[in-house]
Write a protein that binds this ligand. Structure first.
Ligand code: SF4
Length: 426
């Protein structure tokens, strides 16, 4: 089995050689296509001039998670998608150059002075990429930021969702801690906030970015001990990894992973790497419609993950609290639906029964139970602000699952909206 390839670090020589290929385009598409507007030609020029510190500052001005995004961003779909250098040989490797410029900062503890305290206490609930970005921007602009995080570590999706084979967790956590170490920030870990309205008694504004919850489990499925949510599986895997302990859960020889998104594939590859001999991803559409990124599908295949398409679970069979088989109905694709994807239709024909020692469900993520207070129709979708309250929503909570860099953009926007509100400009 070939292992997955983590984004490799660049050496000084490689970075300079790559930077020298940049055409430094006028109106550079790489900057326009970056969700947070990083001046890529600007920082690439600084790398070329061996001013790596300057390159870092240019990136960090727009994105407080530069190393993490440099490693994880699908740049071929974002900043590098229209890079004209592609016509000559290959698009400039902007992600790796960004990671190169940021790596020393991601490793070393840094502390930056804020621009002076305005005295306003702003609460941020959730420390995923959207929350961390808002915290960084607000603290940098002089607000006192009080952070609430339900887990024992900050980072949300970065810490508990992205599997260890994709990113060096130690460095990622250092970059996260660099943000939280800024002056003016106090952090409350293991602290749930059942109703953010309560926080308005002590804070002038609240930004909520707790993400959406795990996959929905029907009661008829939840009774089986060997059926797991993909998000919960990845969280447990990450927890044990961060504690330096081996992952002990035995998933058996036939693991079925149901779903075609990044979370399902992250789980499938991780399970293969843990040594399960047969891991099969089952998806109800075809490979073309899979929401996972192409490179994730390629990695899964390289790692020996099997795929079966046009199958949808219909029932789970087992006894003594354990699933032994899953019955699937066959599907076919119909016309385009309102979401721009082809509809899934039941196909006539025999049902398909597949043996399973464990099942991982990677479909149907639902809103976090603790956020029942939230009524989506009362949210201004353009600003994330709740009608009539100084509460703002962001990240996955506002617009569903997305990229880390999109969550960073959400965090910046929320911090800007809060600042405008508190300065009396809106
Ligand atoms: S689009 Fe490509 S070649 Fe042009 S400035 Fe950006 S990285 Fe350089």
């Amino acid at each position: 089995m070939d292992g997955p390839e983590r984004t490799q670090e660049m050496t000084d020589v490689q970075a300079k050689a790559e930077a020298s290929k940049c055409l430094f385009c006028f109106d550079a598409p790489c900057q326009t296509d970056c969700p947070v507007g990083i001046d890529a030609p600007g920082f690439i020029r600084r790398i070329l001039q061996q001013n790596v510190q300057g390159a870092y500052h240019l990136i960090h001005r727009e994105n407080p998670l530069p190393w993490i995004c440099g490693i994880l961003c699908p740049t071929e779909r974002l900043c590098a998608s229209r890079c004209p250098r592609k016509l000559m040989d290959h698009a400039i490797d902007i992600g790796r150059l960004q990671a190169y410029a940021s790596i020393d900062k991601a490793q070393a503890k840094i502390s930056k002075p804020s621009r002076g305290t305005l005295g306003n206490r702003v609460a941020v609930v959730g420390t995923g990429p959207a929350g961390l970005t808002a915290i960084s921007c607000l603290a940098r602009n002089g607000f006192q930021v009080v952070v609430y995080e339900a887990e024992g570590r900050a980072g949300g999706l970065i810490t508990y969702g992205i599997p260890p084979y994709k990113i060096d967790k130690r460095r990622a956590i250092q970059e996260i801690e660099n943000i939280l170490d800024q002056p003016g920030i106090s952090v409350h870990l293991r602290t749930r906030v059942p109703d953010p309205n309560e926080l308005l008694k002590e804070h002038v504004a609240v930004f909520v970015a707790t993400g959406i919850g795990g996959e929905m489990l029907d009661r008829s499925v939840a009774k089986f001990k060997n059926v797991y949510r993909a998000t919960e599986f990845l969280k447990t895997l990450n927890r044990t990894h961060l504690q330096g302990r081996p992952f002990k859960r035995d998933l058996g020889p036939e693991v079925l992973v149901i779903g075609g998104g990044s979370t399902a594939l992250n789980a499938a590859v991780s399970i293969r790497l843990l040594g399960s001999p047969n891991v099969t991803v089952i998806y109800r559409r075809t490979e073309t419609e899979m929401p996972a990124w192409r490179h994730e599908i390629t990695t899964a295949r390289k790692c020996g993950v099997n795929f079966r398409f046009l199958l949808e679970p219909s029932s789970f069979i087992g006894d003594e609290g354990k699933v032994s088989h899953v019955v699937f109905r066959q599907t076919e694709l119909g016309e385009l639906g309102a979401d721009g994807r082809r509809k899934v239709l039941a196909r006539r024909g025999k049902k398909v029964e597949i043996a399973a020692s464990s099942v991982i469900l990677g479909t149907g993520r639902e809103k976090r139970n603790g956020l029942r207070w939230l009524k989506r129709e009362k949210v201004d979708e353009s600003t994330g602000r709740l009608e009539g309250a100084n509460i703002f929503l962001g990240g996955e909570l506002l617009r569903g699952a997305g990229l880390i860099v999109q969550a960073v953009a959400d965090g910046k926007k929320a911090a800007h909206e809060i600042e405008m509100l508190l300065r009396g400009r809106i």
